[in-house]
Ligand binder design. Structure first.
Ligand code: 5AD
Length: 354
């Protein structure tokens, strides 16, 4: 037994070493690492790789959640069209520009515009907003769901630089169970179009979804690598009232941290945010994630009264702080961790810091 345990430990050690040195691993290897109880060696290796490839800077992205209206009915999401328990809002163009102006004044170099799939805004409206924000000398990231290639192209021409669209799960069957009326193939088409059009492209998954097995999580990581994603956002599934999955168990923090560490080891130069969903589940979330490979934080620069209405999952927006205090707290936390605050646009640099 002792011999068997010793063998198991050394096998894990070898897998971590191989990942750290070559940034390669197969599905069986990922499954072994995800199932392994002691994650400390994985976290430590991810932290070293993060430091070597993207340095100590933590980039701040100013998030503006500009509309909570959504035409989709994703089973897990509180913003699903069928959820009539929530109050919806939609910001005016001027309000969006106002928030972006303030974020820029605070020193942020990236503005992220996120919303439900709200068909009220035409692509032309959005292009105007993007181009006004681009005039402020910042990078613009969009996170507004599935569009046609032409629409993505128009937004790119208006100045958008990056796009976030999570695959949510790379398992086609599970994807289609959770997203009525949507197709996995179209989701992948969107991601391929975004890459081809020259967007820095972000994707990611939910962790702990009902029916999701550890093998599927391993496949998610391999999917991100194959796509050559520039950014990866992952968080635990948090059951939300008013959705069909309200009574299901949520995802665990440990598996999310392991997934983040493995993403960093597999894709050493990506940008990876410490996402809000983990902060909701764990007060110490940001610090833990910064030590498991994350190098981005997205402070919410929206209007306070709207923040709590962007109710993707419970708990989000409950701790709504005034924007200045929130920014100050995030900056303190970064410096406390011995990290620095990114002052450039903070795009993906394929060269890396050696
Ligand atoms: N729990 C955690 N994350 C969620 N998201 C949507 N609903 C939930 C939930 N219940 C995530 C999705 C989406 C992102 C904006 O929010 O992954 O892509």
């Amino acid at each position: 037994m002792a011999f068997e345990e010793g063998k198991a430990i050394s096998e894990i050690g070898m897998l971590v070493k191989q990942l750290e040195n070559k940034n390669e691993i197969d599905k069986a290897g990922i499954v072994k690492l995800l199932a392994n109880i002691d994650a400390t060696p994985i976290y430590n290796a991810a932290d070293r790789v993060r430091k070597k490839f993207v340095g100590d800077n933590v980039h701040l992205r100013g998030l503006i959640e500009f509309s909570s209206h959504c035409c989709r009915t994703c089973f897990y999401c509180g913003l699903r069209a069928a959820n009539n328990r929530i109050k919806r809002y939609r910001m005016e163009s001027d309000e969006i520009i106002g928030c972006a102006t303030y974020a820029v004044k605070c020193g942020l170099k990236t503005i992220v515009l996120q919303s439900g799939e709200d068909k009220f805004f035409t692509v032309n409206d959005l292009c105007k907003i993007v181009s006004k924000i681009k005039d402020m000398d910042v990078t613009v990231t969009l996170s507004i769901g599935e569009l046609s290639r032409d629409e993505y192209s128009a937004l790119k021409n208006a100045g958008a630089d990056r796009y976030l669209l999570r695959i949510e799960t790379s398992n086609e069957k599970l994807y289609e169970c959770l997203h009525p009326g949507m197709s996995y193939k179209n989701r992948v088409r969107c991601l391929c179009d975004l890459k081809e059009l020259g967007y820095e492209t972000g994707t990611g998954c939910l962790i702990g979804l009902p029916g999701q097995r550890v093998e599927m999580l391993a496949e998610d990581l391999l999917f991100f690598k194959k796509l050559d994603a520039d950014m990866i956002g992952m968080g635990p599934f948090i059951p939300c009232s008013g959705t069909p999955l309200a009574c299901e168990p949520g995802g665990s923090i440990d598996i999310v941290l392991k997934m983040m560490a493995l993403a960093r080891l597999l894709m050493p130069d990506i940008n990876m945010p410490a996402t809000t969903a983990l902060g909701v589940k764990d007060n110490d979330g940001y610090r833990k994630r910064l030590n498991c490979g994350a190098n981005v934080i997205m402070p919410n620069m929206g209007i306070s009264e709207y923040k709590k209405l962007y109710a993707i999952y419970p708990g989000k927006g409950e701790k709504v702080e005034n924007t200045d205090n929130q920014l100050k707290a995030i900056k303190c936390l970064i410096l406390d961790q011995g990290r620095s605050i990114g002052e450039q646009y903070g795009g993906r640099s394929k060269i890396g810091i050696k």
